[in-house]
Design a protein. Structure first.
Length: 360
């Protein structure tokens, strides 16, 4: 079992960028998005619409479950990547912000390039402006095809992430990029109006690795505001859109857990069950009496001699108190099935000692 650290990703933002994101008097508010929480379309968090590779992916991908299927068809420029998705997140945030202000949402969204780069915590060099144009191209070229079964009838759907994109720059190919304008596809726009959106942590843009971004998205979708969520790596591998083997994916997960820098959630990889466990840091406090009573379900399964072994791991601590904390933790993460309670408790003790050291 591996337990992540508890970071505050906003602490890692440069002070100037933090002011850009949070100061009401700053230019970032030109786009009326800095006061809106980052939004993401919930349907896209369920299915792997975006490439996790930094290299162009032009191969059609197909996912099947029973009689239902979905294809992602990229253009010659390549499939939209999880970094291109930032443009859509930013655009969705603008629409949500307008709706909160009582304005009629518009399908066309204009994005000030400089504000976008600051908001997404990117650099503001020439190549970063060019990257915005490349993102628009890939988003515009990526199509999603799927079928919908209703009784003995089947309906075919084909839609894009954006319908069109416009780029405005100073005269000349080397001119400064001023703004881009995108027209959201009907599918995306209708999803926003139906409030099929999900709030995301501002530290999301600081997640540098594409797989880590995808794991955070899945945790945000499935764990949400629950105390915890446990998922097998086989299922997570499928949901992630990873094209590598399960063995390679397991290595990625271990690295993400070890880094411990995802917002909102602590991560635990239980090697015995081959599951990843998300623990919510920001949920409403659980009812204490209910938690204490429910935690007895797992602590009652501990053997009498496991406490002697625990004393040699959680040195100097009252192991009965540690066991109570273990039970509360087990309850908080959703009471997952445990084959060997003693082994899990001893791993918890090792993590406890590592995080807390000797008692003072």
């Amino acid at each position: 079992m591996q337990v992540s650290k508890t970071p505050n990703l906003l602490d890692r933002l440069p002070p100037t960028n933090l002011r850009k994101a949070c100061n009401d008097d700053d230019d970032l508010f030109i786009c009326d998005v800095a006061d809106a929480a980052i939004k993401e379309l919930m349907p896209t968090l369920e299915h792997p619409f975006y490439s996790l590779s930094k290299k162009p992916v032009t191969k059609v991908r197909e996912y099947r479950r029973g009689d239902n299927w979905m294809r992602i068809v990229p253009s010659v420029a390549g499939m939209a990547t999880i970094y291109d998705q930032d443009v859509l997140i930013y655009a969705v945030s603008q629409v949500i912000s307008a709706m909160k202000a009582g304005l009629e949402p518009q399908q066309r969204v204009r994005i000030n390039a400089h504000d976008f780069l600051l908001f997404t915590q990117r650099n503001t060099g020439g190549k970063d402006y060019k990257a915005i144009c490349a993102s628009i191209t890939r988003l515009n070229g990526t199509m999603i095809e799927t079928n919908i079964r209703t009784g003995d009838e089947e309906q075919f759907e084909s839609f894009g992430l954006i319908e069109s994109g416009t780029v405005r720059r100073k005269f000349g190919l080397s001119g400064r990029l001023l703004w881009v304008e995108i027209k959201l596809s009907d599918w995306v726009f209708n999803a926003i109006k139906s409030k099929e959106v999900l709030t995301m942590h501002r530290g999301y843009f600081l997640i540098s690795k594409p797989m880590a971004r995808r794991i955070y998205q899945l945790g945000r979708k499935h764990c949400g505001q629950q105390a915890g969520w446990a998922v097998s790596l086989a299922v997570l591998h499928e949901k992630s859109g990873s094209t590598g083997s399960l063995k390679l994916f397991r290595g990625y997960i271990k690295d993400i857990v070890e880094a411990g820098d995802l917002p909102d959630y602590d991560l635990i990889f239980d090697e015995d069950s081959d599951k990843l466990i998300f623990t919510n840091r920001n949920t409403m406090p659980l009812d204490r009496l209910k938690a204490v009573e429910a935690s007895k379900t797992i602590t009652s399964r501990l053997s009498s001699d496991v406490y002697d072994r625990a004393r040699g791991i959680a040195i100097g601590w009252d192991v009965r108190h540690v066991a109570e904390c273990f039970g509360a933790w087990w309850f908080k993460i959703g009471k997952p099935d445990v084959r060997n309670a003693d082994a899990l408790f001893l791993k918890f003790c090792a993590t406890w000692q590592q995080k807390n050291g000797l008692p003072r």
